[in-house]
Design a protein around this ligand. Sequence first.
Ligand SMILES: [Zn+2]
Length: 370
Amino acid sequence: MGLPLGLLLVLQQPLILDGHIDTPQRMLDMRADITARLPDGHVDLPRMREGGLSAAFFSIWVDARYGRGTAFRRALNLIGAVRTLADTNPDVELATTADEVRGAVARGHVAALMGVEGGHAIEGSLEKLDSLYQLGVRYMTLTWNNGNEWAGSSTDARRHGGLTAFGRRVVRRMNELGMLVDVSHVSDSTFWDVLATTTRPVIASHSSCRALARHPRNLTDEQLRAIAKNGGMVGINFYPVFLDDRFREQYEELRRRLKPEIDSIRARYRGRPGESAFEVDKLVGERAAGLDVPTLDRLVEHIDHAVRVMGIDHVGLGSDFDGISVLPRPMKDVTSLPELVRALEARGYPDADVRKILGENFLRLLTAGP
Ligand SMILES: [Zn+2]
């Protein structure tokens, strides 16, 4: 009686929600059909099922080359690709709230959420921000690697600049809408300006710990504590460059050596940034296999550290799948998630805590409406 056995098994699995996957650019630019198993990349629907990933924020990543007159359109096109996936595939449901995520998962479906990456997507317009919310976007990463006219990024020349007056209006408008403010990628000064402005919990959708690896994309312990105090959470990024300084040095050296080949890929895919980034990552990823790639245990150390500093209610996952060239050993794609679950269990996390890290903490922030 009741539910079929397969569905019961699905419901017993912990709900895994990934805070950041870069798959939409593949769907749009490369026409990748993620309903079938793809030979490359990290994510498609069959592999999501195999890995137990039932919900994810599909990143509406707007590359730095888009600006006034093009950036918002790019975001709309990526949103269109995700919405089409949900509209044309009965196994995928577009979700904007915790209830919608739980409902989709209970029906045995994948819950697709959307977050915009790069505040330049709104082209300086609060009306465009509102439109993104109306279309289902539930977080916005204020910058990408590029800063914009109202917020500084951790990885460009604007890193010393914080939020402008307009930037504070963006944060307040996001608070009003119920769109999560994402501080991944922003400069330290922008981070503190956001925390001083926001009236609601913030997220870092895909960031790791600077106490363990010095990359400016990572968060200091002081920042982690501030997010915990604010009621927010951090999705730990899987990217080995953010996990280990020694690997990062080797990796940067490798990229310098590969520069001619990278330049020729970029020339070949000019005007197709999603495809270009994917092909560059593929090349660098293959060559990086010979380096000292950090292991899954190193990723778990970042999770452990964040839990120690913030408490168990503030840590989650933000893999950056399909946006990074290398994964911690021996992970190969989304099908490796059960290895991470086992590693957390082996560290002694009780079942309830594992569930919080895998998805429940993220869902908590999707519960409170505007
Ligand atoms: Zn990112």
